[in-house]
Design a protein around this ligand. Sequence first.
Ligand SMILES: [Zn+2]
Length: 220
Amino acid sequence: MISVKLLEADDKTVKVELEGVPLSIANAIRRFTINEVPTMAVEEILLIENTSAMPNDVLAHRISLIPFKSDIDRYVPPEECNCGSRLGCDKCAVRYILRAEAKDEPITVYSGDMIPEDPTTTAKPVSPKIPIVKLAPGQRIEMELYVRVGRGRKNAKWQAAISSLYESKNGDPNKRILYVESIGFLPPKRILIEAAKALEKKTSEFEEKFSKLLEELKAN
Ligand SMILES: [Zn+2]
């Protein structure tokens, strides 16, 4: 039997003690909190105009690093959606418009200036105060942004957490501490649950593949 004890939790971090969990499994869970938990970020950008001093690719990169509050109950990853559309549908993409222009004074464009096409969307930047670009008088930017569900394994911009695993202070080799710090996409407790779900999914895939393989062997 394994046991899991909650040691500490707040809105950014969670610390649990794992007992009776093999190191390889504990490590898999740790890595899954980083790489396999679905989160939401800007995946695709249709650039309409950029007369700022920032090159297009730098601007696109900055925008892609903005974490979104990730409503993974409402939105699915593109590969799990059956719409087949490159830019997605209302289940697998949230379209945002970013349009800003400096008139007489220089301005800073923030994450809060991105406007969702669907005002009821629950996928929003974690903060409206993340600076994106400065515009001098006369400069403007305009673009469409497609926010989508992804995983850290596909691109680091979707990385859900920073996590570490260490031995229990009391020296019991059977106990380990898993510490998870959320990047902000999801509450830390949700990250733990999603990591466990992802591990379960992978193991059931193994079960399926092995069974199929053995069936094939029998048939030959
Ligand atoms: Zn879709």
